[in-house]
Design a protein around this ligand. Structure first.
Ligand SMILES: Nc1ncnc2c1ncn2[C@@H]1O[C@H](COP(=O)(O)OP(=O)(O)OP(=O)(O)O)[C@@H](O)[C@H]1O
Ligand SMILES: [Mg+2]
Length: 125
């Protein structure tokens, strides 16, 4: 069983991966906001967008803990072109919050063979 601990997050730290689950623990209120934002976004988007997001499995009251499917984080930075393609796929509409993800490699991962965003809370802070 895979167990890893990431201390990289600014708002969620540590992030503990145990087998199929990743536990994102909020460091502060902003971390709670990020956890809640991801849980809400995952629940509310359409099927096409949901395919781009690492699945949220459970969230505790106030967002102190978010359980999300474990993925394999990427290590190489995507090109600007790749990022723009992902932004286009997200299909942001006028009046909507900005694209919820950033291009940094640790924010993306491979889950069930596809590339998904692991951190999609940019509009929360
Ligand atoms: N589902 C996941 N599976 C495996 N690792 C993950 C998962 N989600 C997050 N991680 C790892 O934990 C790290 C921190 O998570 P995340 O980026 O969501 O927190 P954050 O506080 O928003 O970080 P920052 O604002 O610094 O990007 C990520 O960089 C990633 O490598
Ligand atoms: Mg991040």
């Amino acid at each position: 069983m895979r167990i890893t601990i990431s201390r990289k997050g600014v708002f969620r730290r540590p992030v503990i991966v145990i087998g199929p689950w990743a536990f994102k623990i909020a460091r502060n209120w902003q971390g709670c906001d990020c956890n809640r934002y991801e849980a809400k976004l995952y629940r509310s988007v359409n099927a096409k967008r949901r395919m781009m997001l690492c699945p949220v499995l459970w969230t505790s009251p106030w967002g102190l803990l978010l359980v999300i499917a474990a993925a394999e984080p990427t290590t190489t930075r995507m090109t600007m072109e790749e990022y723009l393609d992902l932004a286009e796929e997200w299909d942001q509409r006028p009046g909507e919050a900005i694209c919820p993800f950033e291009p940094k490699p640790s924010d993306w991962g491979v889950y069930q063979g596809r590339l998904v965003a692991l951190d999609y809370s940019t509009p929360a802070w």
